[in-house]
Design a protein around this ligand. Structure first.
Ligand code: AMP
Ligand code: GLY
Length: 424
């Protein structure tokens, strides 16, 4: 089988690395990929952007690709799966209609409410005066969210009315373009976050191991929100009993709700959860794998990723199960200076070739420039390792980071260690 992975981040490098290990696979292509996927044995980059659906269709036809796996949300929300299906091409992911679970927060909240799936209370607004009145009438901490896709930047957690109103006003006035012309204001939930990702084929699904992301840029969960500065698996606060609750109260009702609404949901479904004193609640859905959660999860996955994804994409997932390495895995993201607001790019990266069997260096924002790997995005690398314990995996990763050079690079020193904040 020939596989095409769409995207260019750390998630796509980890998916390509894993797919290339499948005995079913002759070649893995990545569009457009990065310097890491270019160097990965059995993997080749093709110069087509992830949002160029016509270009991707041309590649799939020219190279007789058997299965396309989409990494980022934008092509899914734009309808890549519908376009492929109309041409008889196999592409794993939800249709554009089902991808609205990620593409529109008001759609997701309305879906959750209608199907009685636990989530924060919310209201939707298109008008500043109505939003201001709501905030005045409902004292307390709120979260203000742009309705559409805003690369993880369209969410403001506000303890005070004034902060919430400032965020609501600037979103409704066009800070995120059309993505913020409609906003959701919801109650702020308190607890520990966890990511729960499944591969679904209608009502059938397999659950990947749980994971925990670190969204703030700086140590101690401070600084601006980012796409994610590091992740580990399993999540610290989810035991087998809680996992059963998450499946029964969140994942299964979501898949049933999608079916009842006329969607056969195929692909990855990512529930971002807050584990509260009242049980797990949905913060958001993503219709794709998480980044950087993919990196530690792929290190733990022992099953054949291609067999699984091909089965889901062709309606044959059935009662598949997953083999998971019991050892925990951890990933630390190395980011460019200026991330997330204005990352500097074009700097040389050194130390990538050091032999270190304990770690995998997944590339994200990297490219080749005259034989030298240089930075090309905000998140540059994701150093990932398995360990007998989480501490051991951390030790491997932070030791490997010492040998990597990128001028002004930043990374968190506390991935996998959360002494701050409350744990339930
Ligand atoms: P989202 O893109 O909706 O997942 O929001 C990004 C981040 O904002 C989440 O990972 C949480 O850290 C935070 N967040 C979102 N919604 C809430 C909420 N209702 N209560 C507390 N924190 C939230
Ligand atoms: N790491 C969070 C996400 O992929 O959305």
């Amino acid at each position: 089988m020939k596989i095409l992975i769409v995207g260019s981040g750390g998630r796509e490098h980890a998916l390509a690395w894993k797919a290339a290990q499948s005995p079913l696979v002759t070649e893995v292509l990545v569009a457009p990929g990065n310097a890491g996927t270019a160097r990965e044995p059995g993997v080749r980059n093709v110069p087509v952007e992830a949002t160029d659906i016509d270009g991707l269709i041309a590649i799939v036809r020219d190279l007789s690709i058997d299965l396309t796996i989409v990494g980022p949300e934008a092509p899914l929300v734009a309808g890549i799966v519908d376009r492929f299906a109309a041409l008889g091409l196999t592409c794993l992911g939800p249709t554009a209609a089902a991808a609205r679970l990620e593409g529109s927060k008001s759609f997701a909240k309305e879906f959750l409410a209608r199907h009685r799936i636990p989530t924060a209370r919310h209201e939707t607004f298109t008008d500043v005066v109505a939003a201001a009145r709501y905030l005045k009438d409902h004292p307390g901490a709120h979260v203000v969210k742009a309705d559409g896709l805003a690369s993880g930047k369209g969410v403001v957690v506000a303890d005070e009315e004034e902060t919430a109103l400032t965020a609501a006003t600037s979103m409704l006035n066009g800070e995120f373009g059309d993505a913020g012309r409609r906003i959701v204001i919801e109650e702020r939930l308190i607890g520990v976050e966890a990511s729960f990702i499944v591969l679904a084929d209608g009502l059938d699904y397999v659950a990947f191991p749980t994971s925990e992301d670190h969204k703030r840029r700086d140590d101690g969960d401070r600084g601006p929100n980012t796409g994610g500065m590091g992740a580990f698996s399993p999540a610290s606060a989810v035991d087998a009993a809680l996992e059963a609750v998450i499946r029964a109260r969140i994942i299964e009702p979501t898949l049933r709700g999608l079916k009842d609404d006329g969607h056969h949901y195929r692909g990855f479904l990512y529930a971002g959860l807050m584990l509260t004193a009242d049980g797990p609640k949905v913060l958001e859905f993503n219709c794709r794998f998480g980044d950087p959660e993919t990196q530690p999860i792929m290190m733990r996955l022992q099953s054949d990723l291609v067999a699984l994804t091909h089965a889901a994409a062709t309606g044959r997932l059935g009662a598949a199960t997953l083999e998971i390495d019991p050892r925990p895995a951890l990933c630390v993201v190395l980011a460019a200076p200026g991330y997330p607001a204005a990352p500097r790019t074009g700097d040389p990266i050194g130390g990538l070739d050091a032999a270190d069997p304990a770690c995998r260096v997944f590339h994200a924002g990297t490219r080749d420039q005259d034989g030298q790997v240089v930075s090309s995005g905000g998140r540059v690398l994701g150093i990932t390792s398995l360990g007998a314990t989480l501490e051991e995996a951390r030790g491997h990763v932070y030791r490997r980071l010492q040998g990597i050079t990128l001028d002004g690079a930043l990374y968190r020193r506390d991935i996998g260690r959360r002494p701050y904040g409350a744990r339930p």
